[in-house]
Design a binder for this molecule. Sequence first.
Ligand SMILES: Cc1ncc(COP(=O)(O)O)c(C=O)c1O
Length: 375
Amino acid sequence: MKAEMLRTPFFLVDENKLIHNLEILKSVSTCTGCRILLAQKAFSMFSVYPLLRKYLDGTTASGLYEARLGYEEFGRETHVYSPAFREDEFTELLKYADHFVFNSPCQVKRFAGRAKAAGKGVGLRVNPQCSTQEGHAIYDPCAPGSRLGTTLEEFDESIAYMLDGLHFHTLCEQDSDDLEVTAAAFEEKFGRYLYWMKWLNFGGGHHITKPGYDIDRLMKIIRHFQEKYRLQVYLEPGEAVVLNAGYLECSVLEVVKNGMEIAILDTSAACHMPDVLEMPYRPPLQGSGLPGEKPYTFRLAGPTCLAGDVIGDYSFDEPLREGSKLIFEDMALYTMVKTNTFNGMPLPSIVYRDGEGNCHIEREFGYEDFKKRLS
Ligand SMILES: Cc1ncc(COP(=O)(O)O)c(C=O)c1O
């Protein structure tokens, strides 16, 4: 089936583009011996886990549900990190996760004994207090007052003997020069503990599959830690796994005017691509230009009641009209996992385009999906 025949809106994930990214990631793990995990928070389309499993070493989870999904659908290694684990979920989590990363010495004291007794790895997320991001404070785990990771001041040496590994995650869509700065700050603060560790996890936020990313520098940093401290380095990218590998295809429902032309779409920023509003950013749209660049400029907006449900202003060669199809790009990451049914908005279907260009509907949603989240 061709994508043009499908009812919009739908997310489409493209196998060839996915494989392109996976091969880059695999080359990093093969060349360095590091292990790469899928951060499911960015992408949990489990119907493609059998493909991902051929290239990646496992998954990382943010809690019980993602850990279970990774364990049941992906296999290989399952890691889990949470800012605070819950007592009433921990026993079940022990069934799914191989490695637990705790956020504080207190959580280590509370849970590590049980994890160890079950033969699990135990790690601590540390906060190297080194911000390398500009602009997006909500994505900066090193921002002042952050709850994410233990600072050196709060590090309690008495728990060090319980730890198999350390974890830091500080980056968001960044190149390896920022990793280098972070890794140096981390090593200066926590390096002396690494001699006792079996592994070190560099977290996510590495834009490895973005054209121009400096992979050689990444590999140099990985080798430095693995050779100096004789440990296993893990990376847990989410975004890099599916970067530019997915689309959100939608249709124009209606065009209205209010000082400018406004196209109301059958997709919503608030419900289907909330990062557009949260981050915020302007998603790439096939065949479009900046406002005024092409002859016809339109504001693209969602059909919800939220006044700010606006995707952005774009220009086109031809005017948009009811039924015009639009394809937003780079829509695999942090979209499907973040959708919601505010206003009773239907969820976009999930479609997979195989290597031959045939589209398969993996999942369609209906009224029951909206209703069953309510009471
Ligand atoms: C602990 C942790 N690991 C991995 C990731 C994945 O990051 P990204 O999708 O930017 O690679 C995140 C993202 O927030 C994270 O918080």
